[in-house]
Each structure stands twice: as C-alpha cells, then as structure tokens.
Design a protein around this ligand. Structure first.
Ligand code: DAT
Ligand code: MG
Length: 139
C-alpha cells in the first residue's frame, strides 16, 4: 500500500463560498502535488456509500444532504506521508477545535459543514480515490 497519496474533497460549502482557489493554494504551498482533480456532484447513493461507516450516526442524514447539495472538487494528492500531513493541514473535524492556520479553522463554519475531507488511512485513501477517479484520470 503506498503511503504517498491521499484523497480530498473540497465540500459544497467551499465551492459555494468561492474558497476553492485559496484552499488549493494552501494545499500546493504545503507541498502536495495534484495527481487527479475534478468538479463533480455526488448523488445521494454516492454519499451514502462514501460515508457508509457513519450510517448509524445521528448526523448521517444531514451529512448526506450537505454533501450532495452542490458540486465538490475531488482530488488525489501526492506527497511523502500524505495522509497524516494532509490531516494536519486541514485540522480537527470541528473547526472550533482546529489549530490556528489550518484549512478548517480558516474556511469552515461548523462541524457539520467543515469545508474539506481528508482520508484517514492509506487504505481509505486508495478506496476513496478509486471511488471518484478512473485509472486514466490519475496522473
Ligand atoms: P473527518 O471528516 O474529520 O474525518 P469524521 O470521519 O469523523 O471526520 O466525520 C465525517 C464527517 O461527518 C465530518 O467531516 C463532518 C460530519 N460529522 C462528524 N461528526 C459530526 C457531528 N458530531 N455533527 C455533525 N456532523 C458531523
Ligand atoms: Mg473521516
């Protein structure tokens, strides 16, 4: 399993608020190379599958509604130690608890609408990247 790739989504709130450019700037400035990227919109079935691990949580319905309400930017990012370094760059799930200067601290409004996704393991990075991208879309 490779340890140099992660998967991200700039969530609908980031697209709606015009924060795609500033967030990508922070990501590339932190040393991540874009291996794949596109604007896309998840269907309800897509979001239910992508977040299946959370299906019994009380926020699942809201999460699916939020993630499907508009386009997202999906991307595969490459860097040494990508998964861990990207989670550090985005900050805690709850932006109120996210460290100063992190993407969620800067651009997220709430734990429910927290601007960006970052894979939590190499295995999930691979699964999530393949969920959104065909092999010929990954460079
Ligand atoms: P992360 O996105 O930091 O990996 P997670 O995997 O625990 O966090 O949860 C996935 C998403 O679900 C998260 O980005 C936002 C939403 N979420 C998590 N906990 C929540 C809560 N307590 N209330 C509302 N939404 C929540
Ligand atoms: Mg997670």
């Amino acid at each position: 399993m490779r340890t140099d790739r992660t998967f991200t989504m700039l969530k609908p709130d980031s697209v709606e608020k015009g924060n795609v450019g500033p967030i990508l700037e922070k990501i590339t400035a932190a040393g991540f190379r874009i291996a794949a990227m596109k604007l896309t919109q998840m269907t309800v079935a897509d979001a239910q599958e992508f977040y299946a691990i959370h299906k019994d949580r009380p926020f699942f319905g809201e999460l699916v509604q939020y993630m499907t309400r508009g386009p997202i930017v999906a991307a595969i990012l490459e860097k040494d130690n990508a998964v861990e370094d990207f989670r550090t760059l985005i900050g805690a799930t709850n932006p109120a608890e996210a460290a100063e200067g992190t993407i969620r601290r800067l651009y997220a409004d709430s734990i429910g609408e927290n601007a960006v996704h970052g894979s939590d393991s190499d295995e999930n990075a691979e699964i999530e990247g393949q969920f959104h991208f065909a092999g010929r879309e990954i460079f």
